[in-house]
Design a protein around this ligand. Structure first.
Ligand SMILES: [Zn+2]
Length: 612
């Protein structure tokens, strides 16, 4: 079945035709690079967070810094988050109270009593994006341990108590206020990784603050944040996602490159889709990124090396951002940095090879081969393909059409009209008999502007000689809004299929095609046909039992289940407040506040201050 791709009778003026010819000249298709580039999708709202700054010196404890010193620390914290989040998180001091001493005797280390006093004298009111930052002297009587309330989300607002003015610790505790969790390490003795489909083996230990290069872990400095921390805020921009089924070679920028550079490679374990892997390159010069903002004294220069860092998040990390993997059998400070030539076999069968580190260009080139998940017959194969398009609005990305996410945004071609197409290319030939297309629209048909479902569309398959041929559709293609339009066709095998659309608009900007999501289905398995009904027998034989085929409409849950807190398998240098037993999801939205209290023991003795 074919349909005209240009509406019959369309008449354009000579000038209009010239303009149209220029506009309609198809842009070159995006190269089949074997990866998808996924833009950031922030969780929560961008905000300037208000800090109420209160300095408290309990009786008998002399102040050891000034209000101006404390203000400067908050400004340093603001500079750090501003850069790391591209302005999504900012801090400003809404009010400040210089040193005061409570009338009643309070132990300086009693953060509950000090916070209560601080709330009282400041008149602080809890609320979204509001933080009460109470600083006490950095003296031994004050305990040397900082606390931050664990916010449910980035905008929760919470309390911080801290001895002294170390800005990286303030940033850590405010991170808790904004729902950030500790950056872990996983330390295995028999390999880099462990099987995600089984309980973590005894040969692997989880180290709560173990990420040496993240300020939410043991990175006592303003380093570029880890992928897990950024992911918790939805702020990984231009994330590189390899398409499964073949080796994909990717060059990553270092983490101190601009935040919209391609800095992070990510995929989910094909055998455990809730488990996310991240690969990032940390260049030795990353430590200089915030040199003009704040320089941590005494930072061990031995960790200033370049290397690729691999981290993962799985269901075990309900309240945690991610865990960096460590080289087995290597107790050195560099066991989290992969070197050129190293090869990792990761859980789920992915193989990562470090091809090259370039400290001049500040890039790392890696190759990853992620096996495709086993697909049931009748399953949706779209996410295993690489998407490309004839034309793409610069504010959209074609990879959105097969990211498995049916929420906006998708791909758009505005202001292009005429014929546009979106192509899915697989590593090897696939057999399809159905493609579903969800067309985005923001204007009514009669409005002649914006995005309008195409007036006609068809599916074409690429032949072995490279030419394109329409599939044999079994019905008209619908153009409904607000949902998938299903096109069924005779089973067709090819490496590449296109959805070819004829725009609704006749002139530029008057109605372009846009696709939010595509699904591409392999044929259902052949089920036994119903035996013929014998004349005279009023009762047909019973149907064979429904083999309970997976429904192609069933979208696998992507959000990890809320895992119960697990205190039993972790070392216990923490207070009873540490784990409440409350189920806290990874993006806990319950509003529950959990004071996350785990004492970091600065094993290296780099500094005296501890954080919780
Ligand atoms: Zn902490």
């Amino acid at each position: 079945m074919t349909r005209p791709l240009i509406r019959a009778g369309a008449v354009l003026s000579t000038i209009g035709a010239l303009i149209a010819a220029i506009v309609l000249a198809p842009a070159p298709a995006l190269a089949d690079t074997g990866v998808r580039i996924v833009p950031a999708s922030p969780i929560g709202e961008a905000a300037v967070h208000e800090v109420t700054l209160v300095l408290v010196a309990p009786q008998g404890v002399a102040p050891d810094f000034s209000l101006a010193d404390a203000v400067r620390s908050v400004e340093q914290v603001d500079a750090y988050y501003d850069r790391e989040t591209n302005g999504f998180i900012r801090f400003e001091i809404a009010s400040s109270l210089d040193w005061s001493t409570p009338d009643e005797p309070i132990a300086c280390s009693d953060f509950g009593a000090v916070n209560a006093y601080s709330e009282r004298v400041s008149g602080f009111e809890r609320g979204e994006n509001r933080h009460l930052l109470t600083l006490v002297p950095g003296r031994p009587e004050c305990g040397g341990t900082a606390y931050g309330g664990q916010g449910a989300d980035v905008n929760s607002g919470e309390l911080v108590f801290q001895p002294g003015i170390n800005p990286t610790t303030i940033a850590h505790e405010l991170g808790h206020n904004m729902s950030l969790a500790h950056a872990n390490a996983v330390r295995c003795t028999e390999g880099w990784d462990f099987d995600n489909t089984a309980p973590r083996p005894s040969s692997c230990e989880r180290v709560e603050y173990g990420d040496r290069y993240d300020n939410m872990g043991n990175g006592y400095s303003f380093w570029p944040a880890s992928a897990g921390t950024l992911d918790r805020l939805g702020l990984i921009d231009n994330e590189v996602v390899p398409v499964c089924g073949a080796p994909r070679t990717v060059t990553l920028n270092t983490m101190s490159a601009p935040v919209d550079a391609q800095r992070i490679l990510s995929w989910s374990d094909p055998t455990a889709p809730r488990v996310q892997y991240w690969v990032q390159y940390r260049d030795r010069a990353d430590n200089d990124l915030y040199r003009d903002v704040y320089r941590e004294p005494g930072l061990d220069p031995a960790i200033h090396a370049s290397g690729v860092v691999v981290s993962k998040a799985d269901a075990e990390l309900a309240l945690l951002s991610g865990a960096v993997l460590e080289r087995p059998g290597d107790a050195s400070d560099r066991n989290q940095l992969l070197r050129a030539g190293e090869r990792l076999e990761l859980s789920g069968g992915a193989v990562l090879t470090i091809d090259r580190l370039d400290e001049q260009a500040r890039t790392a080139t890696v190759t990853v081969d992620v096996p495709c998940p086993a697909t049931a017959p009748g399953g949706d194969l779209a996410q295993q393909a690489v998407a490309s398009a004839s034309a793409t609005s610069p504010w959209t990305t074609v990879g959105a059409v097969n990211d498995g996410i049916t929420a906006a945004p998708g791909w758009g071609s505005w202001p292009a009209v005429g014929e546009t197409w979106v192509q899915l290319t697989w590593p090897q030939a696939v057999e399809l008999d159905r493609i579903d297309a969800w067309f985005d629209a923001d204007a009514a048909d009669e409005d002649r502007r914006g995005l309008i479902p195409p007036r006609a569309w068809q599916v074409q398959a690429q032949l072995a000689n490279g030419a394109w041929q329409p599939v044999q559709a079994t019905a008209e293609a619908s153009r409904d809004r607000d949902g998938f339009n299903t096109l069924r066709f005779a089973p067709t095998s090819s490496r590449a299929f296109r959805v070819v659309m004829q725009a609704w608009g006749d002139a530029e900007g008057e109605g372009s095609s846009a696709v939010r999501e595509l699904r591409a289905f392999a044929p259902e398995p052949v089920t036994p046909t119903e035996p013929p009904v014998v004349p005279g027998d009023p009762t047909p034989p019973a149907q064979p039992g429904d083999p309970a085929q997976p429904s192609p409409d069933t979208t696998p849950a992507t959000a990890p289940a809320a895992a119960p807190d697990r205190a039993t398998d972790e070392p216990a240098p923490r207070t009873a407040l540490a784990r409440t037993g409350a189920p806290i999801g990874p993006w806990a939205a319950s509003g529950a506040v959990l004071m996350l209290l785990g004492i970091v023991v600065a094993a290296s003795g780099r500094r005296g201050a501890r954080r919780l």
